[in-house]
Design a protein around this ligand. Structure first.
Ligand code: NAD
Ligand code: MN
Length: 482
């Protein structure tokens, strides 16, 4: 049977209200109005005249059970948890990280930029002429966005949130390796009521779909996160097509500098986190660790113990810290770098092999005795492979840290705040962490010096990537010059 309908004609109330209302007055369970199991109803009474007003459903314990079951299912199958599981399934990162870093970060980023949406404004600016002048921060238009596989949800949020908050529309391409969560989020966006055409998600190959975005004549801006190699292609094809605006978030080879006055145990933990977080597949990974010679041996001992203690295995197991690398291609690339380190004469201090026999797991790996010109010191490995080297004074530490084509991030470990600030000022790096590593904040800009990119994401700074500034002059009294 159908649930009761509540009907009322306001003509009969004797007041100013007119017209009839009629709506389902069933039990609202699972987004639907349903009749109670036993079909019973409660009669309402009009307190003005004591007459019957109509009926609504009356729930019994059976209906309460059904409603509770629906609520429980919705609670257990929170979309956040589902997204986290999907992310781990596709990328191999641990479910713990997917939930508390990726999904949480995704939500935080959307929320943060939602707050900006009604706070985008220009300025009124004084000029010498008799005029009233102001700027407007307008959306750029159609924005193409291309993202990598290492943080599929995170990069998705970093890209779409500031673009949407500033009023642009989007065509975004996830990595061909990890498109699942982006597809799910697209469905959720529709469910949430996104207007048609505002957010378009196109999965496909970089060389085909990605290239079509960067060379498109009707895309006004392209935002890219990925390798420096592909970043160059993007910049070239933007130049060769319609000179669309370009922002690039590219690779890194970020240093950690451990001074001899550092809290050693904490520095060891942060430096370890710096390299093995997300299995080393982090653009800001602390892949070069420079240690003051006085504490080098002690640091290396503790650092080695720390990396050995981390559990590598099934990303769905709660005690796993490190899951598989995201793909066989990556696995092979990383193993290739390990071979090159050995061949070039560096000392393989820890790890260096596949972990287990199936899947793409790699042991946390430390190289020592690495020369500045070796490939493993210069190139982004994007895996759990770190080089540890010595320095003897602050000046040398800065010189070694800056001896790279990249400039995404750096870490400094010291208790001396003056030294920390002095060294931080001298590092050519978009982010400097002092006594921590790999901690990104949605309110702070993130991006690279040198070949680590062009522009900044996150925080207020990212809004600039998605607005055009228009200067409007209003002549108040000047006569025409001719
Ligand atoms: P990638 O450059 O191989 O691919 C990134 C994206 O570009 C993918 O969607 C891919 O399909 C697409 N693509 C590939 N070739 C293309 C082409 N010719 N034209 C247009 N698009 C193309 O990078 P990846 O392997 O997916 O990700 C790893 C890299 O991303 C690392 O270098 C890492 O440092 C970098 N990264 C940087 C940041 C940052 O914020 N700076 C963050 C995460 C990852
Ligand atoms: Mn790649």
């Amino acid at each position: 049977m159908a649930p009761p309908t509540f009907e009322f004609d306001f003509q009969t109330t004797g007041g100013n209200f007119t017209g009839k209302v009629a709506f389902s007055a069933g039990l609202f369970i699972n987004n639907e109005f349903v009749e109670s199991v036993e079909g019973s109803t409660v009669e309402l009474v009009n307190p003005t005249d004591g007459k019957p007003l109509g009926h609504v459903s009356a729930a019994t314990d059976k209906d309460i059970d059904i409603a509770v079951k629906a609520a429980r299912e919705a609670f257990e199958q929170r979309w956040g948890t589902k997204l986290a599981a999907l992310e781990s399934l596709n990328n191999g990162k641990t479910v713990f990280v997917s939930r508390f870093v990726d999904v949480q970060g995704f939500v935080n980023t959307l929320r943060y930029y939602a707050g900006w949406a009604d706070k985008i404004h220009g300025k009124t600016i004084e000029v010498n002429d008799a005029k009233f002048a102001y700027t407007r921060h307008e959306p750029i238009g159609v924005v193409g966005q291309i993202i990598p596989w290492n943080f599929p949800l995170g990069m998705f949020a970093w890209k779409i949130s500031p673009a949407l908050a500033t009023g642009n529309t989007i065509v975004i391409k996830p990595s061909e390796w990890t498109p699942l969560t982006a597809i799910r989020v697209a469905a959720l966006a529709k469910e949430a009521g996104f207007p048609k055409g505002v957010l378009n998600v196109v999965t496909g190959l970089g060389s085909v779909a990605g290239a079509a975005i960067s060379s498109h004549m009707d895309i006004d801006k392209v935002a890219f996160t990925g390798s420096t190699l592909v970043g160059r292609h993007i910049l070239k094809s933007a130049a060769a097509s319609n000179l669309k605006k370009v922002t690039l978030e590219l690779g890194g080879k970020s240093p950690s500098i451990i001074f001899d006055d550092a809290d050693l145990d904490k520095a060891v933990s942060w430096a370890a986190f710096g390299i093995v977080f997300n299995h080393g597949q982090t653009c800001s990974a602390g892949s070069r660790v420079y240690v003051h010679e006085k504490i080098y041996d002690e640091f290396l001992l503790k650092f080695t113990e720390k990396l050995k203690s981390l559990k590598v295995g099934n990303p769905f197991a709660p005690d796993t810290f490190q899951g598989p690398q995201a793909s066989e291609t990556q696995f092979k690339r990383i193993m290739g770098y390990i071979e090159s380190g050995k061949k070039d004469g560096a000392t393989l201090h820890l790890g260096g092999s596949q972990h287990g026999t199936e899947g793409f797991f790699i042991e946390p790996t430390i190289f020592t005795d690495v020369k500045p010109d070796m490939k493993i010191m210069r190139e982004e490995i994007f895996g759990p492979v770190v080089v540890v080297a010595k320095f003897s004074n602050d000046e040398e530490a800065v010189r070694l840290a800056n001896d790279t084509l990249y400039g995404l991030a750096a870490g400094i470990f010291t208790k001396d705040i003056s030294r920390a600030i002095d060294v931080s000022n001298k590092l050519k790096s978009g982010t400097v962490w002092i006594n921590e590593f790999n901690k990104v904040e949605v309110t702070l800009p993130f991006g690279g010096y040198k070949q680590s990119g062009i522009g900044r994401e996150l925080g207020e700074y990212a809004l600039q990537n998605y607005t055009e500034v228009k200067a409007v002059h209003i002549n108040l009294s000047a006569t025409p010059p001719i």
